[in-house]
Write a protein that binds this ligand. Structure first.
Ligand SMILES: Cc1cc2nc3c(=O)[nH]c(=O)nc-3n(C[C@H](O)[C@H](O)[C@H](O)COP(=O)(O)OP(=O)(O)OC[C@H]3O[C@@H](n4cnc5c(N)ncnc54)[C@H](O)[C@@H]3O)c2cc1C
Length: 399
């Protein structure tokens, strides 16, 4: 008898869990994916859309699931009954399981009234309008912000850098671009080495950074912030706030996210695992989501009798920063015990290529799927000219 593993979600963590389970557990597990959507959207490319330098990559989730050896059901899971080992869908179908991996991600909510929200996968036309107005010199001062440190901040830096590059190419020199961030240093999560390099890059590109500051609302040219102040801008672009997405039967923490142990087992729940943005782990990022999925899949495989020693979650943060010129690669361990690991470089210090979500199984899987398929996106444009990449090489601290 195969054990039935139900994977809830159709994003990064769900696909990574399915791939690793397929590879480790093989015939011991039957995999079923329940997802609210029937497509998989590769979100990081969304930052290039307002600049025409990248388009969203979207995949047919049913086809991906089949290649992972899983069956897709396009239906929301609305509750989980641990004692009966039964999940229930929105359509009212009861789904028995032996193991359940909850990977439903997080919702997004506009949090700064009056600002233009950059949603990531939905509408980017409003952001394009702001950039168009800067290029046409109808406005001069723009801010890029995010409501709290719980969000993945890298897209905010990319939007500012890509805007600066776009304006520079268009010969618009007198705009003022500012990042207003609750972080205490730019991209601080990656550690000091990478963060210092990004700070230098922003300074060289003339982008001001206001640290330790939460945006509240934007009204009549004033961005009200905490600590108490108001800052003058013509336009403000904000990332949304992430919101928990739990279902009945899983007890969330006080913020609404799902708490897991070192093997990504949901606290106080038997045979239920969780991975990705839905967990209470404070860094909501695709690479981290995949690492949690790896840990959960290994734990399930070991439970099914596969002779492995399942790893504990020991997160390493890897990011690709599109700058409008050469991309930069950031890396740092999140937990202690690894020494000084924070790096910023012009080549990725990890194996597996230059794509933006760095995952043990999913990165190469998507690269294989892309072969022969029509690629709808590409990396940010490079500026021709002798100084291309010069700043980045100087900034890289590990090359
Ligand atoms: C603009 C932008 C840029 C980004 N750039 C990067 C980057 O460069 N690198 C990086 O690593 N990360 C990046 N991220 C973050 C990354 O996209 C997320 O951290 C990652 O997608 C989280 O994966 P997940 O599987 O937890 O959730 P998601 O990918 O959000 O997937 C959740 C899935 O669950 C489904 N679902 C929801 N509720 C249910 C339910 N009740 N039942 C069944 N299915 C359900 C949803 O439809 C969705 O398919 C970026 C994000 C954005 C918005």
């Amino acid at each position: 008898m195969k054990a039935k593993v139900v994977i809830v979600g159709g994003g990064v963590a769900a696909l990574e869990a399915a791939l690793v389970l397929r590879d480790l557990a093989g015939d011991r597990a039957a995999l079923e994916i329940y997802s609210a959507r029937n497509d998989f959207v590769y979100r990081p490319y969304a930052v290039g859309r307002p600049f025409g330098s990248a388009a969203l990559k979207t995949y047919d989730l049913g086809a991906l699931a089949r290649r992972c050896g899983a069956e897709l059901h396009t239906d929301n899971i609305v509750s989980v009954d641990e004692s009966a080992r039964l999940a229930t869908t929105y359509a009212g179908v009861s789904v028995p399981y032996d193991y359940l991996v909850y990977a439903a991600g997080a919702g997004r909510n506009s949090q700064v009234p009056g600002a233009t929200t950059f949603w990531g996968i939905a509408e980017v036309a409003d952001v394009e309008v702001v950039i168009g107005r800067l290029k046409d010199r109808r406005i001069r001062r723009a801010a890029f912000t995010m409501p709290s440190v719980a969000e993945w901040s890298l897209p905010m830096y990319e939007l500012a850098l890509l805007t600066e590059a776009e304006l520079s190419r268009a010969g618009v020199a007198d705009c003022e671009l500012t990042i207003v961030t609750p972080e205490d240093a730019p991209l601080r999560l990656f550690g000091r080495g990478a963060s210092d390099g990004v700070a230098r890059l922003l300074e060289e590109r003339g982008i001001e950074v206001i640290l330790g500051t939460h945006p509240v609302r934007f009204h009549e040219g004033r961005l009200q912030v905490v600590p108490d102040a108001s800052l003058d801008f013509d336009e403000v672009i904000s990332l949304p706030r992430l919101e928990p997405r739990t279902v009945a039967g899983l007890t969330p923490d006080s913020d609404g996210f799902v708490r897991v142990d070192d093997h990504c087992r949901v606290f106080n729940r038997e045979r239920i695992y969780a991975a990705g943005d839905t967990t209470s782990f404070p860094v909501k990022q695709g690479g981290i989501a995949a690492q949690q999925a790896d840990v959960a899949a290994e734990a399930i495989a070991a439970d099914l009798g596969v002779p492995i020693n399942p790893s504990a979650f020991d997160p390493i943060l890897r990011g690709v920063l599109w700058t409008g010129y050469e991309p930069l690669y950031l890396q740092g361990w999140l937990a202690g015990g690894h020494g000084e690991t924070s790096t910023l470089s012009t080549e990725p210090p990890w194996e597996g290529g230059t794509d933006k979500i760095v995952a043990r199984a999913l990165t190469s899987f998507l690269a294989e799927v892309d072969v022969g398929a029509v690629r709808t996106a590409g990396p940010a444009r490079r500026r021709p000219g002798p100084d291309r990449g010069r700043n980045q090489s100087d900034l890289a601290n590990s090359a």
